[in-house]
Design a protein around this ligand. Structure first.
Ligand code: ADP
Ligand code: ZN
Length: 200
């Protein structure tokens, strides 16, 4: 199964993603997670990506595309994959098509999570992440059993820098302008499956 998960920031893509990869036994490829790991490790990629991420802007296409291309050639992707947070621009979508074409592969579906803007802001500002294992929580919709402590590993929870309200508004604007056109792109290919985030 080769899937893409599309949706605005704070739509709950992470939660959806966990359920989908479990169901199909495929690797979860999140470009946001790849960048965060690199930031934590202090790599050159991480240092570059952070300057964009902290401002709520997209990391330049040429950095993102090569990372995903490399990842798709790894052994575990033979079973398929779930791309989460990629593609995020039309040129990323086109580059992915080219790459899959070269590999002789086709996408099965693009799952598009739909959510209203007010809900997005509320979801994003309430989001908390475990500093040790990366599990995500929401102070209102899916709180941990103990405040600020990860259920999974006991780690401390924190708010991502790019989940602060001004950055979120910026990220939503970026989504509307740069990512939303992909819905049309994949609708024309007959691949879109719309999912209402609130029904989950
Ligand atoms: P969310 O889905 O909540 O926006 P992500 O974890 O997917 O968060 O991404 C966090 C940040 O990482 C984005 O705001 C952006 O700066 C960067 N990023 C992730 N994926 C991409 C991508 N495909 N292209 C450009 N930037 C990306
Ligand atoms: Zn944890």
């Amino acid at each position: 199964m080769r899937l893409i998960l599309l949706g605005p920031p704070g739509a709950g893509k992470g939660t959806q993603a966990s359920a989908i990869v479990k169901k199909y036994g495929i690797p979860h490829i999140s470009t946001g997670d790849i960048f965060r790991v690199n930031i934590k490790m202090g790599t050159e990629l991480g240092i570059k990506a952070k300057t964009y991420m902290d401002k709520g802007l997209l990391v330049p296409d040429e950095l993102v595309i090569s990372i995903v291309k490399d990842r798709l050639t790894e052994e575990d992707c033979k079973k398929g994959f779930l791309l989460d947070g990629f593609p995020r621009t039309l040129s990323q979508g086109e580059a992915l098509d080219e790459e899959l074409n070269d590999m002789g592969l086709k996408l099965n579906r693009v799952i598009n999570i739909e959510v209203g803007k007010e809900v997005l802001i509320e979801r994003a500002i309430g989001r908390r992440v475990c500093k040790d294992c990366g599990s995500t929580y929401h102070i209102k919709f899916s709180p941990p059993k103990q405040e600020n402590i990860c259920d999974n590993c006991g780690g401390q929870l924190f708010q991502r820098e790019d989940d602060k309200v001004e950055t979120i508004k910026q990220r939503i604007q970026v989504y509307l302008k740069q990512t939303k056109p992909l819905i049309d792109y994949y609708t024309k290919k007959g691949l879109i499956l719309n999912v209402d985030a609130l029904s989950q």
